[in-house]
Design a binder for this molecule. Structure first.
Ligand SMILES: Cc1cc2nc3c(=O)[nH]c(=O)nc-3n(C[C@H](O)[C@H](O)[C@H](O)COP(=O)(O)OP(=O)(O)OC[C@H]3O[C@@H](n4cnc5c(N)ncnc54)[C@H](O)[C@@H]3O)c2cc1C
Length: 389
């Protein structure tokens, strides 16, 4: 087939480097880790050793100091290769909170070790079981007492704890009743997981639809040294929000990688599978949905690179990051559905990878932010409609 998917762009050299690494981890590898519900340790180690996960860490702290555009291409290529960047994307963006709001001493202490992979900062604990998306109502508290903070409460869906050394934690440090705005009075902490687990922090894995390591977390008088507070006490919610733009844009890129994978897989199968004496792709009923998925993916990709260029220029990009995530998650899900339909019964067989990627890409309409919350952001902040919650 002459057409190249994804179409060549300004990042070809980077893409070729990533493809060389990803070729070492074929469909059989991803099928095996999915089947065993195992962590893709060999893949993540290879990625770390090659320096790709340190893309966003400035060179002065041992990273490669690349922009969000390049970082997003790295994530996209993992998913386009048939893999799943969800196993390690946290290592790329969670450190942003430390980089942008941590003290120089904290950056010197942690960033070089994160860049080299000696320390993994793959987890961020925000979501709680009783308050869900309504983050400002979260119930986990951190109370300052004699040089430390004492944490009590509960979190849910906290990913990759088993493959992290450190975790970012959002907790309320001033009671809701005592703050001027509900977004104030929350703080972020860096939790040393090796010291915390079993000493006030309990972790229970949640079995789920995809091979994604995620957990319930319980805090019962967990003590965190006060030097692990990041930035100013009470400003944590604002810090988390600024970090989310990078997270959303990187996940949009993963969805774009998935979407191109589904389109490519569908068009190949549709060209080869012969039923009624002709390739199924000769039927417009089969080829139009694939063309539709490609068009939607290309459009989402434009918004993804718009978000990246604003972020890299230091401009506000909340709207674009949210819209990129929305468009890309929608495009990848529709491409997944089309790819599965194109494969008929074979779409359900593990060895074709379609059902696995179908399950994996579905997550992104729910996490890290659900579609309805993006609608409400756009309605309120871009269209000036009344606030709905
Ligand atoms: C596999 C997985 C991994 C995750 N990893 C992490 C992690 O590492 N760290 C972390 O902090 N969180 C994590 N999450 C949590 C994720 O961010 C949340 O699941 C997501 O934000 C939705 O929150 P919720 O599940 O509480 O849904 P809820 O808030 O209960 O919402 C349920 C549904 O109702 C809709 N809804 C709620 N309120 C409104 C409203 N006012 N208007 C319209 N619709 C509304 C939502 O859009 C959603 O569709 C993960 C989740 C999953 C499934």
């Amino acid at each position: 087939m002459k057409t190249t998917i994804p179409p060549p762009d300004a990042h070809q050299e980077l893409r070729e480097g990533m493809r060389a690494l990803c070729r070492g981890f074929d469909a059989g590898y991803w099928q095996r880790v999915d089947h065993e519900r195992a962590y893709p340790e060999e893949f993540v180690t290879a990625l770390t050793r090659a320096g790709w996960l340190a893309a966003l860490i400035p060179q002065q702290y041992g990273g490669s100091g690349l922009g969000l555009a390049e970082a997003s291409v790295i994530m996209e290529e993992i998913n386009f290769s048939g893999g799943n960047a969800g196993a390690c994307h946290g290592q790329m963006y969670n450190m942003g909170t430390l980089l942008h709001h941590g003290s120089e001493a904290q950056k010197q202490q942690y960033l070089p070790a994160i860049a080299s992979g000696k320390l993994r900062l793959q987890s961020m604990a925000v979501t709680e079981p009783t308050t869900g998306t309504d983050t400002t109502q979260l119930k986990t508290t951190a109370v300052r007492k004699a040089g430390r903070y004492v944490v009590n409460g509960q979190k849910v869906w906290i990913s990759r704890i088993q493959h992290s050394d450190l975790m970012i934690l959002l907790a309320r440090t001033t009671p809701l009743a005592e703050v001027r705005k509900k977004s104030e009075g929350m703080s972020i902490f860096l939790v040393d997981l090796h010291r915390a687990i079993g000493h006030g922090m309990e972790v229970r894995p949640i079995g789920n639809m995809v091979n994604h390591e995620t957990n319930e977390v319980f805090f019962d008088d967990l003590e965190i040294p006060e030097e692990n507070l990041i930035g100013v006490e009470g400003q944590g919610f604002k810090y988390i929000l600024t970090g989310l733009n990078a997270e959303r844009t990187l996940i949009a890129a993963e969805c774009i990688g998935d979407a191109y994978w589904f389109v490519d897989k569908a068009r190949r199968y549709a060209s080869e599978r012969v039923v009624f004496n002709r390739p199924i792709g000769q039927n417009q009923g089969v080829q139009f949905p694939i063309a539709d998925a490609y068009i939607e993916t290309e459009a989402a990709n434009l918004m993804r690179f718009k978000a990246c260029s604003l972020f890299d220029a230091g401009q506000p990009c909340g709207a674009e990051a949210n819209m990129a995530k929305y468009l890309a998650a929608k495009a990848s899900w529709e491409a997944a559905n089309t790819c599965l339909q194109t494969h008929g019964g074979f779409g359900f067989a593990h060895e074709y990878d379609v059902e696995r990627k179908f399950r994996e890409t579905r997550l992104y309409q729910v996490a890290p932010i659900s579609t309805n919350l993006i609608y409400s952001y756009v309605a309120e902040h871009l269209l000036g409609l009344p606030r709905s919650f």
